[in-house]
Ligand binder design. Structure first.
Ligand code: ADP
Ligand code: MG
Length: 364
């Protein structure tokens, strides 16, 4: 393994207030990481600490094995070989596209001659699909084109790490998706390591190899999208990532949990027999099956084209009325994602069964 960026026990804050505490994560060379969290969770503050625009109050940040920030060490931003891209393109409006891209390399000995600089600018323009745009004015570009110029400018100096702070947020949905795919392809093709900041989990999942879920002043889990969704380490991550509900379960023996939807296999042996637990059910864990004897009341149908997301209510007598979990206020509800051919618009209940291999359990 070849670690490019490492955060060891990093805390950041402003004056007396700590924003994010004890962050530990490592990014391998060529990997794309993501800081995902609600607005105000501290993503930009942490990113600025990596860039060198904000101090760390505890711990250490290393780049290529060298400490660049700790309480005793500090490498200035311009000496970190880190590139940045922001939401508001931050291009120089009075310079042309070519001059904007050349800006970051004008001090580099490798690009001393104008000829060498121009060569690099043309190479970058072709990389981001903007051949022929060298002499255009920034004002003449669309938002997506401006972001591609910003990318070209950020990666022209061949940074060891690229930091992207919500770079797609000001673009409309379609363009945003297209541009994020294009930029991911360019980074992967060039082997550029990067950290993306976003509040949009779909963007995180399609762009990043690994994502840090920020919340409650810490990184709750640093993992692949698959693991965040299917193996959340705590109820916060389970609730934050994807859709789902908690239902109550009772541990009946080492490997069985009794729930209103039947007995499930328990793979988590941390719980004592007869203890109450919260069982996470994703919409794809609850399957529509006409042969199943279990019927649940349909309380909502959300038509999504190929699928319908059903909100189902389990019968009160089989579940009880106690509060159970924090994903839904009415806790005896589960979600079921069914093929939209299975809409029975006249029916008020749906036959379901649980696919138990995805069941995740937390202490109540
Ligand atoms: P995010 O990028 O996740 O939306 P930020 O890192 O921008 O979050 O902000 C995290 C918290 O730090 C917020 O509560 C914000 O109000 C606070 N904050 C941000 N900048 C400053 C500042 N310059 N001084 C004091 N508090 C700040
Ligand atoms: Mg931010």
């Amino acid at each position: 393994m070849n670690t490019i960026l490492e955060l060891r026990d990093v805390s950041v804050g402003y004056d007396q207030s700590t924003i994010v505490k004890h962050v530990n994560l490592a990014l391998e060379k060529g990997e794309i990481g993501c800081l995902l969290g609600a607005s105000g969770s501290g993503k930009s503050t942490l990113l600025r600490a990596i860039a060198g625009f904000h101090p760390v109050s505890e711990g250490a940040i290393s780049l290529k094995g060298k400490v660049i920030a700790s309480t005793s060490e500090f490498v200035a931003p311009e000496h970190r070989h880190v590139g940045m891209m922001f939401q508001d393109f931050a291009l120089f409006p009075h310079l042309t596209v070519g001059q904007n891209i050349a800006f970051g390399i004008s001090d580099s000995p490798e690009f001393k001659t104008q000829e060498r600089r121009r060569e690099k600018v043309l190479e970058m323009l072709s990389l981001v699909g903007l051949e022929g745009f060298e002499n255009r004015s920034i004002h003449a570009l669309s938002g997506g084109q401006q972001q591609r110029v910003a990318l070209a400018r950020a990666i022209a100096p061949q940074p060891d790490l690229l930091l992207l702070d919500e770079p797609f947020s000001s673009l409309d949905t379609d363009l945003r998706k297209d541009l994020s795919y294009q930029i991911r392809d360019i980074l992967k093709q060039q082997g550029i390591s990067a950290i993306l900041v976003t509040h949009d989990q779909n963007e995180a999942f399609s762009f990043a190899d690994k994502t840090a879920v920020l919340g409650e002043q810490s990184v709750q889990q640093w993992d692949t999208a698959y693991n965040l969704y299917h193996m959340p380490v705590n109820a916060f991550v389970a609730d934050f990532i994807g859709e789902g509900c908690f239902i109550e379960g009772t541990i009946v023996d080492e490997d069985k949990i009794a729930t209103a939807l039947g007995v499930l296999i328990n793979e988590n042996h941390d719980f004592e027999v007869s203890s109450k637990v919260n069982v996470l059910l994703r919409p794809d864990d609850v399957l529509h099956d006409d042969k199943s004897p279990l019927r649940a009341k349909i309380v909502k149908r959300d038509f999504r084209g190929a699928n319908v997301m059903f909100t189902l209510e389990l019968s009160q007598d089989s579940v009880g009325t106690e509060q159970k979990g924090n994903l839904h206020e009415s806790v005896e509800q589960v979600l079921c994602l069914a093929n939209s051919h299975h809409i029975h618009s006249s029916e008020d209940s749906l036959a379901v069964r649980i696919a138990p291999e995805h069941v995740i359990v937390f202490a109540k």
